[in-house]
Design a protein around this ligand. Structure first.
Ligand SMILES: Cc1cc2nc3c(=O)[nH]c(=O)nc-3n(C[C@H](O)[C@H](O)[C@H](O)COP(=O)(O)O)c2cc1C
Length: 373
């Protein structure tokens, strides 16, 4: 029998083995109420959970109320947040076997924004927003109000909030935690010299700028316990001269690996309006490839990976170990079925849908084992 396509071979992220190398990338839905998952999450995640992907990652989830990007962002800082997510997870677990990840995040100076469909601008405190926190009192965009510079007490509180959210994620039964150190949010703000102008132990040298994200990783890793995988999404470059770059990313990734990081999810950008991004198919793959050469943990590539053969080429030539897809999965939540049919892979699909499977050399079938996980 011919070898299966690499995309449809299992991969282990720390203690968790995934059935294939396709991850549903985290996607904010701006549809929570006070951080609580809503009926929208049930529908949205329910659809993606039966996609046949190897891993479904929930959206950026704030570890404290001020850590949300928008007032509609998901949170995991309260008992109510945990109970709301428990309802969603129980439904997913009862109906499909896909491994589940949650992306834990703090928005920092990008917090208190409106949803994209409302323009995405800062919401002032008088309009129900909050004063965002940041390593330095520098606004994300010129003309915006400055965020509040974090004190050492703020830093300690946020590190503890990440650890507390990790404990909640573990109780909820997530398989994987992804820490959001990318896209210009708080941990990336500390890493990037463009957003971090501190003169204390958390700013200046690379070692100092990495201190806060590494403290978060250490505490989350300890809180998650040995049965979960803890990985990190980074922005490998700010795409701005003098900003965060791939050389600094490699130092960070090697340090994370030495601390037990299970995988690296390599994206780019988000910290500066001056960024010039050469957007095109697979435009971030070279960063994953460069980082993969310097570490031995799995590396995930993301960004305009839309075609099955493109995804297979990335993993089979060793440019990355996995691919994450966002928009293509919203557009076609059964993308992995299509890819399996085209490439000759095998993917699990619910029996209720077996009458609509796409034609091709692949095998798209399987059993849903209700309530087994
Ligand atoms: C609706 C939407 C919401 C997103 N929310 C998040 C998020 O919560 N966390 C994150 O790291 N990236 C987020 N992203 C970025 C995606 O995960 C992904 O990195 C990006 O869209 C590039 O992949 P794609 O070309 O496959 O869409 C979001 C993207 C979209 C389209």
């Amino acid at each position: 029998m011919a070898n299966p396509p690499k995309l449809f071979t299992p991969i282990s992220l720390g203690p968790i083995t995934l059935p294939n190398r396709i991850m549903v990338s985290p996607m904010c839905q701006y549809s929570a109420c006070e951080g609580n998952a809503s009926q929208w999450h049930l529908v949205h995640l329910g659809s993606l959970a039966i996609s046949g992907a190897g891993l479904l990652c929930l959206e950026a989830t704030g570890v404290e109320p001020e850590g949300r990007i928008t007032p509609g962002c998901l949170g995991l800082y309260s008992d109510a947040n945990e109970a709301a997510l428990d309802t969603v997870l129980k439904t997913l677990r009862a109906t499909c076997s896909i491994p589940l990840a949650i992306q834990l995040s703090h928005a920092g100076r990008k917090g208190s924004s409106s949803a994209p469909w409302e323009g995405g601008g800062l919401i002032g405190e008088s309009r129900g927003g909050w004063l965002p926190l940041a390593p330095s009192p520098m606004p994300q965009k010129p003309g915006e109000a400055a965020p509040r510079e974090m004190t050492i007490a703020d830093i300690e509180r946020v590190v503890s909030a990440f650890a507390a959210a990790a404990r909640r994620a573990q109780r909820l039964g997530f398989d994987v935690i992804e820490l959001h150190m990318a896209h210009g949010y708080l941990m990336h703000q500390f890493l990037s010299p463009l957003a971090n102008r501190r003169s204390d132990a958390y700013g200046g040298s690379l070692e100092n700028r990495m201190r806060f994200p590494l403290e978060v990783f250490e505490r989350v890793f300890a809180a998650a316990g040995s049965s979960m995988a803890v990985g990190v999404r980074i922005s490998a470059t700010d795409w701005v001269e003098g900003g965060w770059d791939v050389a600094q990313s490699i130092t960070l990734c090697q340090k994370l690996e030495s601390m037990g990081c299970a995988f690296l999810d390599v994206s780019t950008a988000g910290v500066s309006d001056l960024q010039k991004i050469p957007v095109g198919p697979g435009y971030q793959v070279p960063f994953a490839e460069e980082i993969k050469r310097e570490v031995s943990i799995p590396v995930i590539s993301v960004g305009l990976i839309t075609q099955p053969r493109q995804a297979e080429e990335i993993v089979s030539t060793g440019k990355a170990d996995m691919v994450a897809l966002a928009r293509a999965m919203l557009n076609n939540p059964r993308w992995p079925w299509t890819a399996a049919a085209e490439l000759g892979g095998t993917v699990i699909a619910p029996k209720q849908y077996w009458r609509c499977l796409p034609a091709g050399p692949g095998t798209i079938f399987g059993e849903i084992i209700y309530g087994q996980r």
